[in-house]
Design a protein. Structure first.
Length: 333
């Protein structure tokens, strides 16, 4: 183990020890009381069929870990409401006391297989922000697949500009390395197809499928942004038969210039990857969330849910807003 990894492990252990002490001394309980009128929005991404949670633990979570998360959320005593309900309360300046919302980004196939059945067991609503280009093309998200193959030690040729050619090259490389990419839902690193989304929406009224752009990118040019949103919205509304009016910034990256453009497009709310809690003063177009992943220890999640971490950040703010670099930008051919 390198010295830097060893140091990181020591720092992590120290952090967890401090959090355990704070919780034992009642710090989490106090923070929960102080932040009781602020809502929590949880953010998840993909769920692993094999070792994806070790490949990018910020992006993929093992199903067993998510099962434990459901129990942790259940024990925390929050009232889980839909994102639409939260936005409704914000718009009317109504109480957010004890409210928690669950969101999932992108639309990876593992959500429908592993996570949604667990949420259904609790009768919890959930918002799935769906990016639609790869869902429509029915092939893996190729830049994530390329990174995964490199992580697994597979020899790769130079990246191909054409999406179809790149896909075939990656398949050839994985086959040459005898690395099987198949999984219970076809192939690793795929998003749910539009037909699967349609079936899911029809069978699950508590699942709200919303906007995440067509190609997982957010141009500042008004015409290009309108094209991204128009294509994304059309496919989602056809698949679900419901209005798509809530949005998630791809990778959490946006500027103030995007806000009026989104409002003009009829977007009522937008979630970020900025860590924080939601108060009645929060702009619905800049909703902070709690980012949960395989990399987060249950004690760290408890600190976030209690509001302790949010209180701590008020006194020791991060130097810049949190972004989510692990998410893929999706390039058309």
């Amino acid at each position: 183990m390198s010295a830097s990894l060893k140091l990181a492990g020591i720092k992590r252990g120290l952090k967890l020890s401090v959090l355990a002490l704070v919780r034992a001394l009642g710090g989490f309980a106090l923070a929960r009381r102080l932040t009781r009128d602020q809502a929590r929005i949880l953010c998840y991404h993909g769920f692993a069929y094999r070792d994806e949670h070790r490949f990018v633990p910020q992006l993929f979570m093992h199903p067993d870990t998510f099962r434990q998360r459901v129990q942790q959320i259940l024990a925390s005593g929050f009232t889980v409401v839909s994102l639409a309900e939260l936005v409704h309360r914000l718009e009317r300046q109504e109480s957010l006391r004890n409210v928690l919302v669950i969101t999932v980004d992108d639309g990876w196939t593992g959500f429908a297989r592993f996570a949604w059945p667990l949420l259904q067991q609790q009768q919890w609503p959930c918002t799935l922000y769906l990016t639609t280009w790869y869902a429509e093309k029915e092939r893996p998200v190729l830049n994530v697949l390329r990174r995964y193959l490199r992580w697994r030690g597979v020899a790769l040729t130079a990246e191909q500009h054409d999406n179809g050619t790149e896909y075939q090259a990656l398949r050839v490389a994985s086959a040459a390395a005898t690395l099987d990419l198949s999984c219970a839902d076809g192939e690793l690193f795929r998003l749910s197809t539009l037909a699967q989304v349609q079936a899911l929406a029809r069978s699950a009224p508590a699942l709200d499928i919303q906007l995440h752009t067509h190609r997982h990118r957010l141009p500042i040019d008004a015409a290009l942004l309108a094209d991204e949103l128009t294509q994304n919205r059309a496919r989602i509304e056809i698949a679900t038969g419901r209005v798509a009016e809530h949005f998630c910034y791809p990778s959490g990256e946006y500027s103030a210039d995007h806000l009026p453009l989104l409002r003009a497009f009829g977007v009522r709310s937008a979630t970020t990857t900025r860590l924080g809690l939601v108060s009645t003063a929060t702009d619905p177009m800049q909703l902070p969330r709690i980012l949960d992943g395989e990399n987060l220890h249950p004690l760290e999640l408890a600190a976030e849910l209690s509001g302790f971490s949010a209180c701590l950040r008020r006194f020791w703010p991060r130097p810049k807003p949190t972004t989510y670099p692990a998410e893929p930008a999706q390039r058309a051919p």
